[in-house]
Design a protein around this ligand. Structure first.
Ligand code: 9MR
Length: 445
C-alpha cells in the first residue's frame, strides 16, 4: 500500500512538473523578436535580421512601403523563415521600406517586433540642388585663402551664402609678432566675400589654441599684456568694420571636465573678467558687428552647456553679446536630438542668435571601417538631416547661420586630429555630393 501511495505521489509530482514546464515554454514562445537595423543595403535590397526567440519554430516577416503595414510587398506578407535573417531583394532604389517580424511556435504566434526602416540606395549621383536656394537661413562653409578658385569656389558660390575662415583669422596668423600684423590672407578672403556678396563671419579673435608664441610667453607686465590685447582686438575689428559682419570674440573658454574658465594666458594675465574686456573692446571698435561666443561639446555636455550660458548671461547684462556658436563637431550616433535642442532652447530663451558654427559628422568614430559603407552613409545622412531640421525650426529672428566645417571629406581637420579614416563632410573627394548632402536638403523640408 505504501509503495502504491508513494508511486502515485511521484506520478502526480511529475505531471505537475511537466505541466509547469510547458506553461513556461508557452510564455517563452510568446516572446517578441527584436528587429535589428537593415544590413547589407544595396540599390535593390537589404538583409532583415532579428533576435532569436527561445523555442520558436520559425518567424514571419512582413515588408511594406507603408510604415503602418496597410499594404504588403508581394511575397513578403508573413513570409515564413526559419533562420534569423532573410535577404529581401527586387526593391526600388530611393524608396523607404519597413519590416517587422513575429515568432511562431506550433499554433502560437507572438506580437510584432519593432518596425525597422530600410532606405534603398538611390542609384547615380546625389542631387546637387543648391542648399542656399532651399534654405531660409544662411548656409555657411569654411574657406582658405589659397583655395578660392576652381571647383571649390564653384561649389561655395553655388551652395553657400556665408563663409568663415578656417584658420587665417586667428591671432597666430594675423599677429605673428609684436607690433607686426599680417592681413594678406584675411584681405583676400574679405575681398572674395565682398565680390561675391557672401556674408563673412569672423573666427576667432581670442583662442588659446591659436595664440602666437610671443603672446603665450609675453615678457611685459600684466598691464602691458592687456594693452596689447586691446590694441590687437581694436586694430582687427576696426580694419574690417562693416565687412566682417560678426566675430567669434572668445573661442572655447570653458575647460573640459571642470567646466570652469580655462586658465589660458588671457585669464592668467587679465583676470576672470578678460572675456568681458575683450567683448567691450570689440563692441567699441564696431558697434554694428554681431559678437558671438563659440564652443564645442555644447550639446553633448550639460555641465558645459550651463557654463556657456553663464558666460552669455554675464555678457548680456552689459549688452556685449549677440549670439552663441555651437560648434557641432558630432558623430552619426551622438549627441541626441534632445541635447542639440537644449542648446537651441537656451539660446533662443536668452534672445540670442544661434550659429551652428562648425558642423561635421564623424561616420567612423570607433575606427572600425576602412571605407564608408552604404549603411553608415545613410546613418550619417540621417544625422545631417536631424541637425538641419532642428536648426530650420529655430525662430527666424534667432537663426544666424548653419556652417559646415569643410567641403570634401579628405580636407577635414578630423582626419589628422584622430589619426584614422573618416568621411565627416557632404562632398566626396571628386566633388560629387554625398548622401549627407541629401540629408541636409531633406532636413529643410
Ligand atoms: O580646422 C581648423 C584647422 O585647419 C586649423 O589647423 C586649426 C588651428 O587653427 O583650427 C581648426 O578649426 C578649429 C576651429 O577654429 C575651432 N574649433 C575647433 C576646430 C577644429 O580644431
Amino acid at each position: 500500500m505504501k509503495i502504491r501511495q508513494a508511486l502515485s505521489i511521484l506520478f502526480i509530482s511529475l505531471f505537475v512538473l511537466s505541466c509547469s514546464k510547458s506553461d513556461e515554454a508557452e510564455e517563452v514562445v510568446a516572446g517578441v523578436p527584436s528587429a535589428y537595423a537593415a544590413a547589407k543595403l544595396t540599390n535593390d535590397g537589404f538583409t532583415a535580421n532579428w533576435t532569436r526567440v527561445y523555442h520558436a519554430d520559425k518567424y514571419l516577416v512582413d515588408v511594406s512601403t507603408k510604415a503602418d503595414f496597410s499594404t504588403f510587398l508581394p511575397n513578403y506578407n508573413a513570409l515564413s523563415v526559419t533562420a534569423l535573417t532573410v535577404d529581401i531583394s527586387g526593391l526600388t532604389a530611393g524608396v523607404s521600406y519597413y519590416y517587422r517580424v513575429r515568432a511562431v511556435r506550433g499554433a502560437l504566434i507572438s506580437a510584432f517586433s519593432n518596425v525597422i526602416t530600410a532606405e534603398i540606395l538611390s542609384t547615380g549621383p546625389e542631387p546637387t540642388t543648391a542648399l542656399k536656394d532651399v534654405a531660409n537661413f544662411n548656409v555657411g562653409m569654411i574657406v582658405r585663402s589659397s583655395k578660392l578658385t576652381g571647383q571649390t569656389s564653384d561649389i561655395i558660390l553655388r551652395e553657400f551664402d556665408n563663409i568663415t575662415s578656417e584658420y587665417e583669422m586667428k591671432m597666430d596668423k594675423m599677429y605673428p609678432s609684436n607690433g607686426t600684423y599680417d592681413f594678406v590672407a584675411v584681405d583676400k578672403i574679405v575681398k572674395y566675400a565682398t565680390d561675391n556678396n557672401l556674408n563673412l563671419h569672423g573666427h576667432a579673435l581670442i583662442w588659446h589654441n591659436a595664440t602666437p608664441d610671443w603672446v603665450t610667453k609675453f615678457s611685459g607686465t600684466n598691464a602691458e599684456f592687456e594693452t596689447m590685447v586691446k590694441g590687437y582686438i581694436t586694430t582687427v575689428v576696426t580694419r574690417y568694420k562693416g565687412k566682417i559682419k560678426s566675430w567669434d570674440v572668445v573661442n572655447e573658454a570653458v575647460e573640459d571636465g571642470s567646466n570652469t574658465l580655462r586658465n589660458s594666458i588671457f585669464r592668467q594675465k587679465m583676470g576672470d573678467d578678460y572675456i568681458k574686456k575683450c567683448y567691450q573692446w570689440a563692441r567699441d571698435a564696431d558697434p554694428a558687428c554681431k559678437l558671438f561666443y563659440n564652443d564645442y561639446n555644447f550639446a553633448s555636455n550639460a555641465g558645459k552647456r550651463a557654463a556657456i550660458f553663464k558666460i552669455a548671461d554675464d555678457l548680456k547684462v552689459n549688452n556685449l553679446i549677440d549670439g552663441l556658436g555651437a560648434q557641432m563637431h558630432i558623430s552619426y550616433k551622438s549627441p541626441a536630438a534632445s541635447d542639440i535642442q537644449a542648446v537651441v532652447n537656451g539660446t533662443v530663451s536668452r534672445n540670442l542668435l544661434m550659429h551652428f558654427s562648425e558642423l561635421d559628422i564623424q561616420a567612423n568614430p570607433d575606427n572600425n571601417m576602412t571605407t564608408l559603407t552604404p549603411e553608415r552613409a545613410i546613418e550619417q545622412k540621417n544625422k545631417y538631416k536631424e541637425v538641419v531640421k532642428i536648426f530650420n525650426a529655430i525662430p527666424k529672428a534667432n537663426q544666424y547661420a548653419l556652417t559646415v566645417w569643410g567641403l570634401r571629406d579628405s580636407e577635414s581637420w578630423l582626419i589628422s586630429f584622430w589619426g584614422h579614416a573618416d568621411w565627416p563632410l557632404m562632398y566626396n573627394d571628386d566633388y560629387s555630393a554625398k548622401k549627407a548632402h541629401t540629408g541636409f536638403l531633406e532636413g529643410l523640408k
